[in-house]
Design a binder for this molecule. Structure first.
Ligand SMILES: Nc1ncnc2c1ncn2[C@@H]1O[C@H](COP(=O)(O)OP(=O)(O)OP(=O)(O)O)[C@@H](O)[C@H]1O
Ligand SMILES: [Mg+2]
Length: 432
């Protein structure tokens, strides 16, 4: 009994001391904090202040006012470069247009998330509060049709190009929706030619498309957007106007994407915070810009064909044992990745050399030519090294390849049509 009490007291004392240390450290950390509201930098954040899109807001409202009275209007195609405010403005306009209206259903559909016809139909049913019955697309379609008999349906299909690109037959969804005279369609894309993915000309001619273009933002416009974000998310006075202007100028020259400017601002702030700086400075901004360029390289790598990615993985693996591996070490790693998978075709040394040259022209690898002449003794071998952020490569490319892309990693040597290709051995990746 006596012992029990002693433990209890001891525990209370430990908790008391630990809590004291925790509170004092979090207090000092808080005083050094630069980012006060992380969420204002996230892509889902809907700001109260919208800048330089009055014309687009007017045009959208003008076009869709009739829908508040269940009157049909023409379909609309909205396009513009990435980060030009298409999603933000459209969401806000329709949120406001739908206020107090019961007989028109306004439904925003992010097609990168709902990316099959049946998931889109189910999402529509969920939004109009109808429990989906049955299993087939035609069941869902019938349920939606029954519901909208005396109503109007306004569907905003964001990132429509991603959806249409996914499978040829998906264009049937557009055909079905465009056939309903109780349905108005809005398509959003950063590809002005998104409708070229629709091969059936009858579908195109059924759409009555008007266009609305969102231009990229210029320096002054980006400045206003990020000045507002800085005041919402950062400690006051932590960033100078000059530095905001620097970010705005860089982004306007880069691509006019407000998302990039917001990301640069938040990354520069977090670098400055980690370094314990009083203010965000040029060094922190430079770091943020470098990191952005690294992200671009990784995105580019993501778009490369599977064999090219696998060669980069081989260089990465060889890099574990040698800082600057030579060709034979890289090829050795490449062969190891394929051990146990007799269904995958191994490329010859010569082909790998050609691919490495190509990767060099993309500036993804660099070569250090060995000293000496000829091919024999005394000639040092050429070394190869990666020129991008290896941590990001591991997180974004290799991990994804392990999770999803293993199957199509390599073309099959045999061409039997209906059996699935064998997965290369996961053990190959385990030392990463
Ligand atoms: N006019 C604006 N005022 C305030 N913030 C803006 C404005 N335009 C864009 N933003 C901000 O920039 C980011 C990107 O905007 P949005 O998602 O609307 O771009 P988008 O044109 O839809 O890009 P994508 O083609 O990549 O989908 C968001 O965080 C948004 O809040
Ligand atoms: Mg968008």
């Amino acid at each position: 009994m006596k012992n029990k009490k002693a433990i209890h007291e001891k525990l209370e004392k430990i908790i008391f001391d630990k809590e004291k240390t925790y509170l004092s450290t979090s207090e000092t950390l808080n005083t050094k904090k630069i980012i006060l509201h992380e969420e204002v930098f996230s892509s889902n954040f809907l700001p109260d202040n919208i800048f330089h899109r009055d014309k687009e807001i007017e045009e959208l409202t003008d076009h869709f006012i009739p829908t508040r009275h269940q009157k049909y209007c023409t379909d609309l195609s909205i396009y513009g470069v990435t980060g030009s405010g298409k999603t933000l403005i459209t969401k806000l306009v329709f949120k406001t247009l739908s206020k107090g209206i019961d007989d028109t259903n306004y439904i925003y559909i992010p097609c990168n998330e709902y990316n099959t016809p049946s998931s889109i139909f189910k999402f529509i049913l969920q939004k109009i509060n109808v429990e989906s019955k049955g299993r087939s697309e035609s069941d869902y379609i019938q349920q939606i049709k029954n519901h909208i008999e005396n109503k109007l349906l306004v569907l905003i299909l964001d990132e429509i190009d991603i959806f249409l690109k996914k499978e040829k037959s998906y264009e049937n969804l557009i055909q079905i929706l465009s056939d309903w005279n109780k349905c108005v369609l809005i398509f959003i894309s950063n590809d002005p030619g998104w409708h070229e993915y629709i091969k059936d000309h009858r579908t195109i001619s059924r759409l009555h498309l008007s266009n609305l273009i969102f231009k990229p933002y210029d320096t002054d416009e980006i400045f206003d957007i990020i000045e507002d974000r800085a005041s919402l998310g950062l400690k006051q006075g932590i960033i100078s106007e000059d530095l905001l202007l620097e970010i705005a100028e860089f982004t306007a020259q880069y691509n006019g994407d407000a998302r990039v400017a917001i990301k640069l601002l938040s990354q520069a702030a977090s670098y400055a915070e980690n370094e314990g700086c009083e203010k965000i400075n040029l060094i922190a901004l430079d770091k943020a810009i470098n990191s952005l360029e690294e992200d671009n390289k990784i995105n580019f790598i993501e778009s490369l064909p599977p064999q090219h990615k696998l060669i980069l993985v081989s260089v990465y693996m060889a890099n574990h044992s040698f800082k600057k591996p030579d060709f034979d070490t890289i090829y050795n790693e490449y062969e190891k990745l394929l051990i146990g998978s007799n269904l995958w075709r191994k490329l010859s040394k010569n082909t790998i050399r050609i691919y490495l040259d190509e990767l060099e022209t993309y500036r993804l690898i660099e070569k250090e030519i060995g000293k000496g002449r000829g091919r024999g003794k005394g000639r040092e071998s050429t070394r190869v090294f990666l020129t991008f952020d290896k941590q990001k490569f591991k997180e974004k490319i290799i991990c994804k390849m392990i999770r999803n892309d293993i199957k199509p990693l390599l073309p099959r040597a045999t061409t039997s049509s209906n059996s699935m290709p064998k997965t290369p051995p996961l053990s190959s990746y385990q030392k990463l």
